[in-house]
Ligand binder design. Structure first.
Ligand code: GSH
Length: 266
């Protein structure tokens, strides 16, 4: 982490991060490579079908899809992605038939269909307890669930005023006062966690559900050039450097544009 200063830091724009992700990742994304987990050297050419399917929508705009994806990558589940276009009426109809909620992300695994990001997180934690999606310590685990729940059900002003768009960059963006309150609360949450558990992730040395929940906030802070004090800026940089988030971002940057303008949380 950089030495603390009084100067607010701004988080690096997405393009720099995408360039760092490298051409290999960009071309993989272009080819539509949607499989999680790189093929290991010497692995057989014919692979068994992944056991899980994660349904997502836009990689550029869908913050909830991103959270679901990060959780699957953190858990290490063998999964592939299924993409739905939120604008396509036939897809919407199909999703409504399939599920009482037509929201994404949705995880299909061993005949089960799990929607809602926190339900997916809990399911993956039960399946892969060794992945550490939730902290081992009971108090830390409760804390992790509390701040994850706060993200899940709150921060409506931030979501509507600063919608996720990984392709966009708005230097000097003027944040509306209502959203500023959400930002202050979020950085207070981060600072408490980083102080209590020592970072660089919210609950210590490895990412947890909470980091997946707040990852789209880090991308929003970069997109909208939100000034941050050094501790929060360093946390954002940690998350933006997290390999699964970089993989997702590289694929988002080559995604065809779906919407000309976005003024609501998606
Ligand atoms: N609380 C839900 C939120 C999911 C959500 O709002 N997903 C958005 C995409 S980011 C969606 O599917 N919207 C449906 C639509 O726009 O048709 C969760 O945790 O998964």
């Amino acid at each position: 982490m950089p030495a603390p200063t009084d100067t607010p830091a701004r988080v690096r724009p997405a393009k720099a991060s995408a360039a760092k992700a490298g051409p290999a990742k960009a071309s993989a994304a272009k080819a539509g490579a949607a499989k999680a987990g790189a093929a290991k050297a010497g692995a057989p050419r014919i692979k068994a079908a992944p056991k899980a399917v994660l349904t997502i929508s836009s990689k550029n705009y869908s913050s909830w899809s991103l959270r679901g994806y990060l959780l699957c990558r953190m858990a290490g589940i063998d999964f592939e992605e299924a993409r739905v276009s939120a604008d396509d009426p036939s897809i919407r109809a199909e999703l409504l038939l399939q599920s009482s909620s037509f929201l994404v992300p949705r995880l299909d695994h061993e005949g089960m269909r799990i929607w809602d990001t926190l339900a997916i997180a809990e399911y993956l934690n039960e399946l892969f307890p060794e992945a550490g999606l939730l902290p081992k310590d009971r108090a830390a685990r409760a804390h992790c669930r509390a701040i994850s729940g706060e993200m899940h059900s709150g921060f409506a002003n931030l979501r509507s005023a600063l919608p996720m768009s990984l392709k966009a960059h708005h230097p000097g963006f003027k944040v509306w006062a209502g959203a500023q309150g959400d930002i202050l609360r979020i950085v207070a949450i981060w600072r408490e966690c980083l102080k209590t558990y020592g970072g660089p992730y919210l609950f210590g040395t490895a990412p947890t559900v909470a980091d997946a929940m707040y990852a789209p906030v880090c991308t929003r802070f970069r997109t909208y050039d939100v000034p941050l004090e050094p501790v929060s800026a360093a946390y954002c940089q940690t998350m933006l450097a997290f390999a699964p988030l970089r993989d997702w971002t590289a694929q988002a940057l080559v995604e065809p544009d779906e919407m000309e303008e976005l003024d609501v949380e998606f």
